[in-house]
Design a protein around this ligand. Structure first.
Ligand SMILES: [Zn+2]
Length: 298
């Protein structure tokens, strides 16, 4: 940036009256580094489904190269399974300056576990993260985005800063609650807010349902949508955030074995470059949660 540009930016900033917020539109690129763990958790353990997950480990290097080329720091929700199965690939994510966040050990949805099993898996995964990074995770995202009634409690107990598994907002983080009561025929009972910051997500901003063809004995997920159509929707979500709020955070969720296919990478690269031109500020989810904390509750 030339010095004249810096000077003119300074002039603009000093001309803004106190109390007026400078627009800031944050984008978190997040990657759920599942590799084979999700297939194994679903019982899909024949060679071809497993190889789909294996592709994620290979594709991680091209995603890292792209992020590096744009100077973007991102967040990788990494199961303990992936850390212990692909230590070299996980080291590369860490070395490139990205956040390693918690995504369970075995990719079993908490909603399918009792409290004891969920807590044991959560601790095992955090130990794997601490061995890799030197510290425990600050952020958590549940496998398959299905929390148990105990998850928020356990995350607070284990000292997490944020969760990224709920869909109760779009551009503004909020405090995760515990003890909500939902009963048929009764008004909704809101539980108490906790210290945990919820960084909201949405299936519409997740690559998996748009792109992945998945056949199980119970369902068929068709997927295989044109990549640029999906990215056009994702861009419009950013544009609506800019139009509707002066400050906000938008989170995209991707999986290396899904987004890492060539034609999708091209579409992602175009999206990221357009977002950058339109003023997006990219950062890790931990940093974004920190900014939300300071701005909303500081
Ligand atoms: Zn996952």
């Amino acid at each position: 940036m030339g010095s004249d540009v810096i000077l003119s930016l300074r002039n603009i900033c000093s001309a803004i009256p106190k109390g007026i917020t400078v627009p800031r539109h944050i984008v978190c690129l997040t990657f759920d580094f599942d590799t084979m763990s999700g297939f194994i958790a679903r019982g899909l353990t024949t060679p071809t489904p497993l190889s789909r997950g294996e592709f994620g480990a290979r594709a991680s290097s091209r995603i890292l190269a792209f992020l590096q080329s744009r100077g973007i720091a991102s967040t990788w929700f990494t199961p303990g399974f992936t850390i212990e199965t692909f230590p070299r690939e996980c080291e590369a994510v860490l070395k490139a300056g990205h956040e390693i966040a918690h995504h369970s050990w075995a990719h079993v949805p908490p909603a399918d576990q009792d409290r004891e099993a969920e807590e044991a898996d959560m601790e095992r995964a955090n130990d794997a993260i601490a061995r890799l990074t030197g510290r425990k995770a600050r952020g958590y995202r549940s496998p398959s985005w299905d929390l148990s009634p105990h998850t928020i409690d356990l995350l607070v107990k284990q000292g997490f800063l944020y969760d990224s598994s709920l869909m109760g907002a779009d551009y503004w983080p909020y405090r995760a609650r515990r003890g909500d009561v939902a009963e048929r025929g009764q008004p909704y009972g809101f539980g108490e807010e906790t210290s945990l910051i919820e960084m909201p997500i949405s299936w519409s901003l997740d690559d998996f349902p748009h792109f992945e063809f998945l056949r199980t004995p119970q369902t068929v997920l068709p997927g295989l949508q044109p990549a640029r159509t999906v990215m056009a929707n994702w861009l419009d979500e950013f544009r609506y955030m800019k139009k509707s709020v002066d400050w906000g955070i938008l989170t995209y969720t991707m999986h290396p074995y899904v987004i890492g296919r060539g034609y999708r990478m091209l579409a992602l690269e175009e999206l990221v470059d357009t977002l950058a031109r339109e003023g997006a500020v990219f950062m890790t989810m931990e940093d974004a949660a920190g900014q939300a904390q300071a701005r909303m509750w500081g």
